[in-house]
Design a protein around this ligand. Structure first.
Ligand code: IMP
Length: 427
């Protein structure tokens, strides 16, 4: 069973915990998009591991963990993360990096920081990790890939094309310092050393072998469907494709390799950064969710915006994200709530029009308000519940209603950060 784990909201849904659990059954785990903008937290025996780039499957012995061609890699973050794992005694011998992955250069981070710090209108609220500028260069065909680091001759030729263009933009558009060829070449030599033990030039043989052996492959997404560059709340999105389709382009495997797509969603919604959020709660309920759910960014530490579960965006995620089932996380955050709301539609305050399908032009979202149905809380501590049948009736009602609205099964329910705080619902 080859599975993709996709964030079904705006990221931070608890994908890492679900990926970590499913990685136990997998032979090969592939991170397919994004970069160190991601912050994946896994708790094992009360020990907290935070990942940005490395697939969380690395915590299991004997797994191959590939950082795929669709990712962008900030070398210093990669090095820090690897060293951190080694210091914890984690075996990183299964870690592999695609030679086709893109490199985030210092000028990408500078441009991201500049754009975010100077923009007033049109600010995206990025993580300032250089993600957008790295993907921009990749698409403009002036990016550097890991394989370039090991070919001094072609790297030199490439830099002769890239740097005059890059420096003109850096100086004239952003007022930033230019980069000399010597400086970039020296950086690339340093990066070549960092990646040397992990770069997987024989990735084609590796994928072929896993295909031949019918290995179990787990495709690990970062961010979430609503941050997808094509389908998300554009322009308030990241610059890659977290949706299941991205798993193919970012890994080198075709769609027929995928059996199942698990969309991870929280029992409520959070988002960091700018952009529309129809069910956002700017009140004490939102504050309560933030505090109980510890909703502060793993990568940036920013307080996350919070709101009620939104079926309109979630149904959209089921559709464009290709979800076959849902893992619902953090349901225990509601243990102390008298009432829990679910947004089932949007209402246009101008003409009363009801939207059940997601309106993709986000600039009209300021006119939308959520239509809610209210459920009675279960007022029970769920953090120790191990079986679906042991859930209180009100929690079961809430989950059944979500399944009915979303038209996909909720196969996993998470009631806490630890591995054993997970309920697998039998089909
Ligand atoms: P970027 O990916 O740094 O360019 O940021 C673009 C948008 O995606 C911003 O709103 C970020 O807050 C958001 N974003 C990027 N990565 C994550 C993530 O892992 N979790 C949640 N939001 C993210």
């Amino acid at each position: 069973m080859n599975r993709v784990v996709v964030g079904a909201q705006w990221g931070d849904e608890g994908k890492a915990k679900i990926t970590d659990l499913l990685a136990n059954d997998a032979d090969l785990i592939i991170r397919y998009q994004g970069g160190c903008n991601a912050g994946h937290t896994v708790v094992v025996d009360d020990k907290v591991f935070k990942f940005h780039l490395i697939p969380s499957g690395i915590l299991y012995k004997g797994k191959t963990c590939l950082i795929g061609a669709g990712t962008v890699i900030l070398p210093e973050t990669f090095e820090k993360e690897v060293q951190g794992l080694i210091a914890e005694g984690i075996d990183v011998s299964g870690l592999k990096v695609s030679p086709l992955a893109s490199i985030t250069m210092p000028y990408h981070t500078e441009v991201d920081g500049y754009s975010e710090n100077t923009a007033t209108k049109g600010k995206i609220g990025t993580t300032k990790k250089g993600i957008g500028p790295t993907y921009t260069d990749k698409m403009a065909r002036i990016g550097l890939k890991i394989e370039d680091l090991y070919n001094p001759e072609t790297l030199s030729e490439k830099l002769d094309v890239i740097l005059p263009l890059k420096n003109k933009t850096l100086e004239k558009v952003y007022g930033l310092e230019p980069y000399s060829k010597e400086c970039v070449t020296a950086l690339c030599e340093k990066y070549a050393e960092i990646f040397k033990p992990y770069v997987c030039f024989e990735w084609q043989e590796l994928l072929e072998k896993h295909k031949r052996d019918k290995s179990v492959v787990l495709f690990e997404g970062a961010q979430g469907v609503m941050l997808d560059v094509d389908y998300g709340t554009y322009p308030f999105v990241t610059s890659s494709n977290p949706i299941a389709g991205g798993a193919c382009t970012g890994s080198g495997y075709g769609p027929k390799m995928i059996d199942e797509v698990i969309g991870v969603a929280k029992a409520y919604v959070t988002r960091v950064g700018e952009g529309p959020f129809v069910t956002e709660l700017n009140d004490e309920v939102g504050e309560k969710i933030r505090n109980i759910g510890h909703e502060f960014g793993t990568t940036t530490g920013r307080p996350r915006r919070t709101g009620w579960f939104d079926v309109v965006t979630m149904k959209y995620a089921v559709l464009v994200g290709g979800l076959t089932s849902v893992a619902l996380t953090k349901i225990d955050v509601f243990d102390d709530f008298d009432e829990i709301k679910i947004c089932t539609a949007y209402k246009d305050t101008r003409d009363g029009k009801i939207y059940k399908s997601y309106p993709t032009n986000v600039f009209m979202h300021k006119y939308l308000e959520p239509v809610y149905e209210t459920h009675t809380g279960w007022k029970t501590n769920l953090t120790g519940v191990k079986k679906y049948s042991d859930l209180p009736q009100n929690a079961k009602n809430y989950l059944s209603r979500l399944e009915e609205l979303l038209e996909v099964p909720i196969s996993i329910v998470s009631v806490g950060p630890n591995r054993d705080q997970t309920i697998f619902k039998e089909a």
